[in-house]
Design a protein around this ligand. Structure first.
Ligand code: ATP
Length: 233
């Protein structure tokens, strides 16, 4: 579904992404794990059209999307939940969700709202609450719900566990697994390697802008090197 081949991304003179290639197949949860600054967010932002690669290609559902703008990609079925949620703080929960549906026909929005409220009952209870007053976990749910309003073929999540209490992290990962079981393909960027590898079909390990290891979630979680470097021994 998504094929990234030989991308190189720079911030001025800083070479942040060094010849990265990987793919995500329909129906998979694929995770990119790595330490702070490894290049995970840069990779996602390059796929979603917010940054440009100097080389290589990015193919999504058979189309080259290397030079397609972010807003056009949403209409093509690619949605990103950014790091730090970035919900519209002054708007209500429902208004945030409606913003996520900007590529959809208005007639379908009430049904899609119900679909999101079924997944996240907490959001339904708070549909009229201003998003800025939601807890961190609720904001993460809202950011995910907003992305789902665009009917994505591929959902990209940037550090959904960031700043959340352990119980909430488990809830968010359960929801990610449920979404996948219902047919969503997911590319998951995480520093919480343990959780990410426990739900992912496959994973790639990024170190200073390069992919250094790949394998199934199970292989990576059992690998002594990965255990030592990313799973606390
Ligand atoms: P984290 O888990 O801490 O979010 P990450 O793996 O997502 O890290 P990136 O945010 O992609 O890492 O950063 C990769 C590298 O690019 C880092 O060395 C970072 O300092 C650098 N970088 C990121 N954004 C910029 C920017 N706007 N200008 C200059 N350098 C940047």
């Amino acid at each position: 579904m998504l094929k990234v081949e030989g991308i190189n991304v720079y911030y001025g003179a800083i070479h942040a992404i060094k010849d990265i290639s990987f793919e995500v197949n329909r129906g998979e949860i694929v995770t990119l794990i790595g330490a702070n600054g490894a290049g995970k967010t840069t990779t996602l932002q390059t796929i979603s059209g917010l940054l440009r690669s100097r080389t290589g290609s990015i193919t999504f559902q058979g189309h080259n999307i290397s030079n397609v703008r972010a807003d056009k990609l949403v209409a093509q079925g690619l949605a990103q939940v950014p790091e730090g949620r970035r919900v519209f703080l002054q708007m209500s929960v429902q208004e945030n969700l409606e913003m996520g549906a900007y590529t959809q026909s208005p007639a379908g929005v009430p049904k899609d709202l119900e679909m999101v409220f079924e997944l996240f009952p907490r959001l339904k209870e708070r549909r009229n609450q201003v998003a800025g007053t939601l807890s961190g976990g609720e904001q993460q749910m809202l950011a995910m719900g907003r992305a789902l309003m665009s009917h994505p073929q591929l959902l990209m999540l940037d550090e959904p566990s960031m700043g959340l209490a352990p119980l909430l992290v488990e809830q968010i990962f359960e929801i990610i697994q449920n979404l996948n079981k219902q047919g969503s393909t997911i590319l998951l960027v995480e520093q919480n390697a343990q959780m990410a590898l426990s739900v992912a079909h496959r994973g790639y390990v990024l170190e200073t802008g390069k992919i250094v290891t790949t394998g199934t979630g199970e292989e990576l979680i059992c690998s002594p090197e990965i255990k030592k470097a990313y799973l606390g021994g």
